[in-house]
Ligand binder design. Structure first.
Ligand SMILES: Cc1cc2nc3c(=O)[nH]c(=O)nc-3n(C[C@H](O)[C@H](O)[C@H](O)COP(=O)(O)OP(=O)(O)OC[C@H]3O[C@@H](n4cnc5c(N)ncnc54)[C@H](O)[C@@H]3O)c2cc1C
Length: 379
């Protein structure tokens, strides 16, 4: 009898882990308190941008993002075949646009190290930039161009993974309500009780509850340092003007979707678990939209929404077993890059379930914060 795996949390991370676990022969159940993809995953802009998101240097997080990025085309192809749903993967390329000459220097520094990763990145001067992206404000003085960065339509990606899970035999339980009990640490595996869906036993448990993952400390003696950072985001009618690439400025980004919208995001607010959209948050996006794309000046967004990004203290995700509880795996804290990081996270969780460990160690393990605190204490 194959091992059974319970997964709590049905965002992109929980569903991707479920699909991968089912592909590896585990019997999988996903327990979601509300609707699948109803939180951060359904709110995301869907950008797959390892270069634009990592500006400092080639650290383990950059390499994780890159690993996941290179898995994406095959992962989406298999997903679409298995589900019959499109995720709308689009290789638009990206432009990191600069409005002051002084800001070109940090871009050159980025270019120097990112170029070593096999991608033909290049600096564009003003005229090359306006040739590639004619709708941009004439105040833009240059850009770092990455021809390979891409994006998906996040809500459709979630639907595709959900349907692929269903067809792969994953038991999907939406609207399961609050978790009311969790028992672990015994030879009989893990037992969880959900307010609206009763009690479930599994050999292993994967916790993928996004911004809410700190709740685990109520049941096992571990701190999961994940907290919510609200992202407010809006979209425009793409018929207003021409946007050809994903465009990043220091204050916002714009990405044209196949459904005829241009998504513009996103704020980073500390607002607890409040998911409301504020006038101030959206005003900032509309102001910047007009500055960067003059044809958006004064245009009202078609729609605005918000989601809670699961942030950690060091900005890296938590993907690993709970120390002392090898039957519990946490996959959370993906902050701004959970859509990008889904394939690699699912593969890492699959490996952990199969007992495979990376001989080089796990830079994303849960013990790193305890180790940092110990180091501080011992000076
Ligand atoms: C505005 C915005 C734009 C973004 N843009 C991008 C982008 O362009 N590219 C990118 O890669 N990432 C982006 N992100 C980040 C990305 O959305 C997240 O990193 C990712 O969705 C996290 O996925 P998750 O499954 O961990 O969390 P979630 O999608 O939040 O899913 C967690 C799930 O757990 C459920 N849950 C919580 N507690 C419990 C419980 N006790 N029992 C059962 N279920 C529970 C919740 O209901 C929820 O469905 C963006 C985020 C936001 C908000």
């Amino acid at each position: 009898m194959p091992e059974s795996v319970l997964i709590i949390g049905g965002g992109i991370i929980g569903l991707s882990c479920a699909l991968e676990s089912a592909r590896r022969g585990f019997r999988v159940t996903v327990l979601e308190q509300d609707a699948f993809g109803g939180q951060a995953s359904g709110a995301a802009a869907g950008m797959l941008a390892p270069f634009s998101e990592n500006t400092e240097g080639p650290d383990p997080f950059f390499r994780l993002c890159l690993d996941s990025f290179y898995r994406y085309p095959d992962w989406v192809r298999q997903l679409e075949e298995q589900s019959g749903h499109k995720a709308e993967l689009c290789s638009s390329g990206s432009l990191n646009v600069v409005f002051h000459e002084a800001d070109l220097l940090p871009m050159q520094t980025r270019l120097a190290w990112q170029r070593n990763y096999g991608v033909p990145l290049e600096m564009l001067d003003e005229s090359e930039l306006h040739r590639l992206e004619p709708g941009l404000s004439r105040r833009a003085v240059g850009a770092l161009y990455c021809p390979v960065e891409s994006h998906v339509f996040a809500p459709k990606l979630v639907n595709a993974v959900e349907e692929a899970c269903r067809r792969a035999g994953v038991r999907l339980i939406p609207h399961a309500g609050q978790l009311t009990n969790l028992e672990a640490g015994s030879v009989s595996g893990v037992r969880v009780t959900m307010a609206n869906a009763g009690s479930w036993r599994g050999d292993r448990l994967v916790v993928s509850t996004g911004a809410w993952s700190g709740f685990l400390r109520e049941w096992v003696p571990i701190t999961v340092p994940v907290h919510p950072i609200r992202g407010q985001i809006c979209c425009y009618d793409a018929a207003l003007g021409d946007i050809r690439h994903m465009v990043f400025s220091s204050q916002a980004y714009w990405v044209r979707k196949k459904d005829g919208s241009v998504v513009c995001g996103a704020s980073e607010d500390v607002a607890g678990f409040d998911r409301s959209v504020t006038e101030r948050g959206i005003d900032r996006l509309t102001r910047w939209s007009g500055r960067v794309f003059p044809f958006l000046e004064g245009a009202p967004p078609l729609r605005s929404w918000a989601g809670l990004r699961p942030a950690t203290l060091d900005g890296r995700p938590l993907i690993g077993c709970v120390p002392g509880y090898p039957e519990i795996i946490v996959a959370a804290g993906h902050y701004r890059n959970g859509i990008l990081l889904s394939p690699v996270t699912a593969a890492m969780v699959g490996d952990l379930l199969e007992g495979k460990t990376d001989p080089a160690g796990n830079a994303f393990g849960l013990d790193r914060f305890a180790r940092m605190a110990e180091k501080k204490d011992t000076g």
